[in-house]
Design a protein around this ligand. Sequence first.
Ligand SMILES: N[C@@H]1[C@@H](O)[C@H](O)[C@@H](COP(=O)(O)O)O[C@@H]1O
Length: 354
Amino acid sequence: MVTMLEVINRIPTVCHDILNHREETMTDLIQSLPSKINQIILVGSGTSNTSAITARRFIEKASGLQTICILPDQLLNNCFAYNPDALYVFTSHSGTSTLTCEAAKKITALGYLTAAVTDGKENAIAGMVKVYINQRNGVEEYLMRTIGYCSSVLTLMMMGLEIGKARCALNSSQINEYLAQAEKAISHHPALVKAAMDWFDFNKEKLMAADTFTIYGIDSLWGVALEEALKILEVSKRKIAIGYEFDDGMHGPTMGYTSSNCVIVLHDGGREDLRAHQLVRFAKNELGYGYLIGENPVDENDLAIHLTGGEFIFLELSPVVQVLAYRLAIDYGIDLTDMSYHSETKYFNTHNEA
Ligand SMILES: N[C@@H]1[C@@H](O)[C@H](O)[C@@H](COP(=O)(O)O)O[C@@H]1O
C-alpha cells in the first residue's frame, strides 16, 4: 500500500484536475441558480466541515453572497427558520454521512436549492439534492483524508468563483488573478512537503516529546487549523490536538497550557503579525514549545514560508501540518495501514451503509 506521504504528494495533480474542469463541474449548478439567491449555506461533518470553514471566506468574497457554515445536526435539530432563497451545499466525501444526508433530504423536500459536493455521481447524497458537484478526488487509500480535504476546499472555492462569474460579481481580470493564485499555491506544494520534512527532522526531538498541540489560524487558516488538529489526532493516534481561530485561541486557553503543550501558529504575515509573534514568543519562552509556520519567522526553529497563493494559502500551509501528523505517527512506529485502530464501528456509526 502507498504511504500517506505518497498520498499527500498526489494533492497537486488532483488540484490541477479540479481547476481544469471547474466550468464543466459547475455547469448544472450555474444553470439552476435563480437570480433571487441571497445566501450560501455550507453543511458537512468532520473534514467536510473544516473544508467548508476554510473555503467560506473566498466563496463569500467571490460570489458576493453571504456565506455561512453549519453542522448538519445543528441545521436539522437546532435551527427553526430556513432561508428559501439560499443555496444549500452539502459536502460529503463518501456521500454517506448520516446526518448530512438527512439534512440534504429535508432541505430538498422543502423545495429549496440544494447541491452536493461529493466524489462520484453514484454516491448516495448525489441522489438527494438538486445539483451534483463532482469533487474529483479519486481513490484515497487512507480514511484520514488529506487529498479529500484539499479537493473539497478547492471545489467549494471554484463553486464560489463560478457563481461570482455568473452573477457578474467578478470581472475577467479578477477571475484570472484568482486562478493564477491557485496555480501558484499548487506549484508551491511539492517544495513545502519537502520543507516540512526537513523542519520536522530539525525539531524532531521536541516535536516527538510534546503531549498536545494547539494550532492557530486566522481567517481561512482557522479552517486549516481545525483540520490539521484533527489530522494530528487521527493520524498520530497518540497526541491530542486542538485547532483555534487565532484571536479566540488567545482568550483563555493560553492560561491552561503546560510545558508539554506545543503551540503552532499558521501565519499569513498580515494584520495580526505583532500578536502572532507575541503568542509564539510566549510559547517559546514560557512553555518551551512554540513554532511559527509561514511568513515572518521568529527564529531558526520556525518554518519560514514565503506564501504565494493569495486566497489559496490553505494549499501551502495544510501540507506542513499533514506531514507533521504523518511523521509523529511513523517515527513512533505507528502502522497507518493497520485499520484495527478504527474499532469504533463496533460501537457506533456516523455513516449509512454504502
Ligand atoms: N472520520 C471521518 C472524517 O474524516 C470525515 O471527514 C467525516 C465526514 O465524512 P464524509 O465527508 O464522507 O461525509 O466522517 C468521519 O467522521
